[in-house]
Design a protein around this ligand. Structure first.
Ligand SMILES: *[C@@H]1O[C@H](CO)[C@@H](O)[C@H](O)[C@H]1NC(C)=O
Length: 218
């Protein structure tokens, strides 16, 4: 009887989990396009649309991904440049150019709401992801110019330029708002107590304090 009850509960949990998974993607568009109008004060799920008559080819265009730029991470050395195409609003996609100098990393991180596909524009990188618990299996490859690698939604992934030249990648993500969780920052740059971290990483408070010191804003 108890076993039967357990089965019913397990089935219900599985059903709810699979139903919520259906909604774990950006909503489907209801029109050809909804070019972002950043000046609008209207609050919608995304950015309000420009009037279709005012839409021009430039709304779907961006020049300059052949050159580095954007925001540099002082901590890790990579640079990321978002590709702001207003015509992508509501289409469940975002793009970025990422530059990783020789010896630098884009450290282990998660995009909670997106899968990612990246093509190497220049150089070579060691690129991979780790499957979820309990397997924690590493899927990684050394990629060279012209190579493409895909990362499933929500999995920990990384880039490491252990090659001999600067590397550049063009990444497409399957959400307008993929989110970014840098694992080391989430653990050490936030307010988690030292003793909790020591127990989590199977080490002592002094080791945590030593690591944490490097994550404090300077
Ligand atoms: C980069 O690291 C990967 C994984 O350890 C290794 O297979 C590859 O040979 C390394 N590349 C260089 C240039 O050392």
């Amino acid at each position: 009887m108890a076993a039967k009850m357990l089965l019913v509960v397990a089935t219900l949990i599985a059903l709810v989990a699979s139903l919520s998974h259906v909604h774990a993607f950006d909503p489907s568009p209801l029109q050809d396009f909804c070019v972002a109008d950043p000046t609008s004060k209207v609050r919608v799920n995304g950015v309000a649309c420009k009037g279709p008559a005012a839409v021009v080819p430039e709304d779907f265009f961006f020049a300059g991904v052949d050159k580095p730029g954007g925001t540099e991470s002082k901590r890790y050395g990579f640079t990321a440049k978002a590709v702001p195409i207003p015509g992508l609003n509501t289409l469940g996609a975002s793009h970025a150019r990422v530059d990783v100098p020789r010896g630098a990393v884009f450290p282990p991180h998660i995009h909670p709401r997106a899968s990612e596909t990246a093509v190497v524009l220049e150089g070579s990188v060691y690129f991979g992801f780790v499957s979820s618990y309990p397997d924690n299996k590493l899927f990684a490859k050394v990629l060279r110019k012209g190579d493409v690698f895909a990362v499933p939604q929500g999995l920990v992934h990384f880039l490491y330029n252990n090659g001999t030249a600067p590397a550049a990648l063009y990444a497409t993500l399957s959400s307008q708002n993929p989110g970014l969780v840098l694992l080391a920052d989430a653990l050490f740059a936030g307010a988690l107590p030292d003793d909790l971290l020591a127990k989590t990483l199977l080490t002592d408070d002094a080791t945590i304090e030593k690591i944490r010191a490097k994550f404090r804003p300077s």
